[in-house]
Design a protein around this ligand. Structure first.
Ligand code: SF4
Length: 442
């Protein structure tokens, strides 16, 4: 999508009070058991996990006077994004000094943009709101440690042509745009997306497609960016049809955060177009159960009904999802949306992201408390993307305690220890019977 179609219209949304009964509670209160009442007025007590797993609408918030036809129109949402510190402060007078300074500086590093729909998920009264930490810039983004990088995954050094990353043997990453519906403050590609720091990204689809056509070992293409679903249906279909015409391509994937930032984009027409290009998988990006609203559940349902397998990629983020209950609610809620939790990423060493990075120790603690404690389908693979293009390294709690010449000692999720008989060289252990019985002759 061209950048001009994404620019803010400058129109002011109608003002309203900050109190919003549809807003969920803040982080701390959401981790405590919640007292509520059912329709009969009988007080009920639900656990923090159950409270996090409830599906709610994002509501209209400040935009209650907008016509349904506009609110549900993805282009209207894009045109009315919050993109300046002035807009942000008007809508959210509770900005902290760190946020105000961050929003003032944002357009020199990674632009500020939040769709009205997603903005409604922010709890303005809670400085620790996990939605707020993901999309509102903070001054800490300007602090850089010597081990932080602008391209932590070494993508630029693995790009044979502009916009194509060939880091693994049989698959490529095809970057289609530098634009997103909203900008995540920890984005691995913040050097590139939004063009705030002058990267000047210009993919050349002809060269990218020619490279894939000439490399028969490539069987899998991941379209990403930026967000490919910002393209019009026609433009995206043109690209997909060119890729599908390459005989050795087995599998197409789209990486997108649009279902979360802009569920209005997942129209029946888009789904009908995408289903023509199977096998086509979609990887969404969701970090907190509050992002899974009724609007998102419906949008994901439309994709699933089109036969598109859905996976989720989360980033482990401090103050957002570095908590066992929050993560368990997220993965269980994803399954209810027909999405398989796929990866949990350790946050890359992106410049200015220290305030959002949780520790590997915390990531392992979360994995330890998921495996065995909930459905196997709900368990993502925790990975660290090794700096400088080393690729994804799976990181797991230790379940093998020791090995010797005739056994492996393992433990289960409860800490119980077991032996598995196996020779030191991995061959099966076969023990002959002590007495060989003569077969009975007939
Ligand atoms: S949607 Fe993806 S590419 Fe866009 S800012 Fe967020 S993490 Fe980066």
């Amino acid at each position: 999508m061209q950048s001009d179609t994404l620019s803010d219209s400058g129109k002011e949304p109608p003002s309203r009070s900050l109190s919003n009964s549809s807003q969920p509670d803040g982080l701390e209160s959401r981790l405590k058991p919640v007292n509520g009442s059912d329709h009969s007025g009988v007080a009920s007590h639900i656990s923090a996990l159950d409270a996090l797993k409830q599906f709610r609408s994002a509501g209209r918030g400040f935009w209650s006077n907008v016509a349904d036809s506009d609110w549900n129109n993805w282009r209207w949402q894009l045109q009315h994004r919050i993109t300046s510190v002035e807009q942000l402060q008007r809508l959210m007078p509770t900005l902290t000094p760190e946020e105000f300074a961050g929003a003032t500086l944002a357009n020199h590093k990674l632009a500020l943009a939040i769709t009205p729909y997603f903005f409604n998920l922010i709890d303005a009264a809670d400085e620790n709101c996990p939605i707020r930490w993901q999309v509102i810039p903070r001054v800490e983004e300007t602090y850089t440690a010597r081990w932080e990088m602008s391209d932590p995954c070494g993508e630029d050094s693995h790009s044979p042509v502009a916009g194509l990353v060939h880091r693994y043997p049989d698959r490529v990453l095809f970057l289609v745009t530098d634009r997103c519906a909203a900008y995540c403050r920890y984005c691995t590609r913040s050097r590139l997306v939004s063009n705030a720091s002058g990267y000047d990204f210009h993919p050349q689809f002809d060269k990218q497609i020619e490279y894939i056509r000439n490399h028969r070992e490539v069987r899998d293409v991941l379209l990403s960016g930026g967000d490919p679903l910002l393209f019009s249906d026609e433009r995206l279909e043109h690209l997909l049809s060119q890729l599908r015409a390459i005989p050795h391509l087995e599998f197409l994937r789209i990486g997108t955060r649009i279902p979360i930032f802009l569920p209005q984009r997942i129209t029946p027409e888009l789904c009908a177009m995408l289903k023509k290009y199977h096998p086509l998988f979609v990887s969404i990006h969701s970090n907190h159960p509050r992002e899974l609203t009724t609007e998102v559940r419906d949008a994901l349902g439309r994709l699933a009904d089109a036969g598109i397998p859905l996976g989720n990629q989360s980033v482990l983020l401090r103050n957002v999802n570095d908590d066992v209950t929050v993560m368990k609610a997220l993965v269980q809620k994803l399954l209810m949306c027909r999405v398989k939790p796929y990866y949990l990423y350790q946050c890359d060493l992106i410049s200015g992201s220290a305030h959002l990075r949780a520790s590997v120790r915390k990531g392992l603690e979360i994995m330890e408390n998921l495996r065995g404690h909930t459905t196997g389908y709900a368990i993502p693979q925790y990975v660290i993307d090794a700096p400088d293009g080393g690729g994804k390294v799976p990181v797991n709690p230790d379940y093998i305690l020791s090995r010797d010449d005739d056994r492996v000692i393992i433990r289960n999720y409860e800490g119980k220890v077991f032996e598995y008989p196996e020779a030191g060289d991995g061959t099966p252990l076969v023990q002959p019977p002590t007495e060989i019985e003569e077969p009975e002759l007939v």
